[in-house]
Write a protein that binds this ligand. Structure first.
Ligand code: GP9
Ligand code: MN
Length: 428
């Protein structure tokens, strides 16, 4: 019922975080590219194998003075993987404890998502993905989120060997998608979802430009090959961006959606990282993924704030100068001094700069050592973090399961009418 949203609104009001005013509006009116780096983990940044950098183009971006990079940014997905990442990125709502919220609720729920917000601030919005539109129920969910365009498989070139794994190979996809995006009225908000760096990390011979790693674990060793290929597609995209002139008036955001190597491959990962062992603590830390914001003239650098995918939308809206303090968003501006550095995982575990919780075990985040006996002070801090994590996950689940946003429209927001959208290819 309508009043059920009240406990959510009260909690968010009580815990409101003021965004960093130094960054408010620095990207106002710029085009926005959201580049989804499939299964891309932070450890790949500056990682070397076979006598070379695996991802030189992303490394360069990561270190550039006009890129704001984060090195303590975590994926927070559950079973919905890519879909959970998208849900968090564009709504600042968590995925569900089981399944994929885009599948179970994407069609029917009311959302106040990034595309709709951007649209109502004068933007044209588009998503692109080199697979069938129905995957993860994107075709329906994107209507609920207010995407003007959704470019999928049948919009792009096809042919023998054009696809691998989950769809069009990244180099072809990025090029084709860019050509569509370039034609959109500006400013635009465009999300490009890559797929080639996806388990089982297979790639045609001619695109393999680095040897497989030698852990002996078949599900791990191809990862550097597809990651390198993805990186090359980003390099080509950045070259295109410059040539098109769009680099001057665009903000380009990169993020890794979730791990590429799961916790089931501890031995192989230890070998890959040159470590003696790899335990549950290490696996929690291994959930770091890239988050980088690149823009001409942006005051960049590597930022060490702890945060995660839930925090992306509030951070970006502040940069874009769009006020969102009355929206239902569970994350907060990563650049704000008030930002909470407790990073929730979907199963209730968490990481903070001080503590890491995995199941019923607590670790010192700085040393990786198990804390056997919690002092009363440690216990108080950990209880507070646990409480925050469970409360936010629960409230977010209520918003999703009970479709609570239908009862609350933030000031200045117009409810999305899904019937306004159709993604059938119009012949050029
Ligand atoms: C498929 C792609 C992969 O469309 O986005 O999804 P994932 O398996 O990573 O959740
Ligand atoms: Mn994915």
């Amino acid at each position: 019922k309508a009043s059920d949203i009240d406990s959510v609104l009260n909690y968010l009001k009580k815990n409101k975080v003021a965004p960093n005013v130094e960054y408010s509006g620095v990207a106002k009116g710029k085009n926005v590219f959201i580049i989804h780096l499939e299964s891309f983990q932070q450890f790949l940044i500056d990682f070397k194998w076979d006598g070379q950098e695996v991802t030189p183009n992303l490394n360069k971006l990561y270190h550039e003075s006009d890129t704001l990079s984060f090195d303590n940014f975590f994926n927070q997905v559950g079973q919905g993987k890519t879909a959970d990442a998208e849900m968090m990125l564009e709504n600042s709502l968590f995925g569900l404890p089981e399944g994929s919220a885009m599948v179970s609720d994407g069609t029917s729920n009311t959302f106040q998502a990034a595309p709709a917000i951007m649209d109502q601030n004068g933007y044209t919005t588009a998503a692109a993905h080199g697979d069938v539109p129905s995957f993860w129920n994107r075709d329906n969910t994107y209507k609920s989120w207010g995407y003007d365009y959704f470019f999928t498989k049948n919009y792009f070139q096809s042919g023998k060997n054009f696809d691998v794994g989950y769809g069009l190979k990244d180099k072809i996809f990025m090029k084709d998608a860019a050509e569509y995006v370039e034609q959109l009225p500006q400013p635009f908000y465009a999300k490009l979802i890559t797929v080639t760096n996806h388990y089982p990390y297979t790639l045609d011979k001619q695109n393999q430009t680095i040897t497989k790693t030698d852990t002996g674990d078949d599900t791990v060793d191809g990862y550097v090959q597809t990651a390198k290929y993805l990186d090359q597609s980003i390099g080509e995209f950045m070259t295109w961006l410059k040539q098109s002139g769009l680099d001057k008036n665009s903000m380009v955001v990169f993020y890794g959606d979730h791990y590429g190597i799961s916790g089931n491959h501890k031995k192989a990962v230890a070998k890959l990282l040159g470590k003696k062992s790899f335990d549950d603590f290490d696996n929690a830390q291994f959930q770091r993924v890239p988050f980088m914001i690149h823009m001409d003239g942006l005051k960049g650098g590597v930022n060490h704030t702890y945060g995660g995918e839930i925090d992306v939308l509030p951070t970006l809206l502040n940069l874009l100068g769009i006020k969102a303090d009355n929206y239902v968003q569970f994350g907060s501006d990563l650049l704000s001094s008030q930002h909470s550095q407790t990073v929730a995982f979907r199963n209730g575990d968490f990481v903070t700069p001080q503590y890491t919780k995995v199941g019923s075990t607590y670790y010192d985040t700085t040393t990786g050592k198990v804390i056997k006996h919690l002092s009363s002070e440690q216990k108080a801090t950990i209880d507070k973090a646990t409480n925050q994590v469970t409360t936010e996950l629960n409230l977010s689940d209520r918003v999703m399961n009970e479709d609570l946003l239908r009862f609350y429209t933030p000031n200045g927001f117009m409810k999305v009418d899904k019937s306004d959208y159709s993604y059938n290819k119009k012949k050029a």
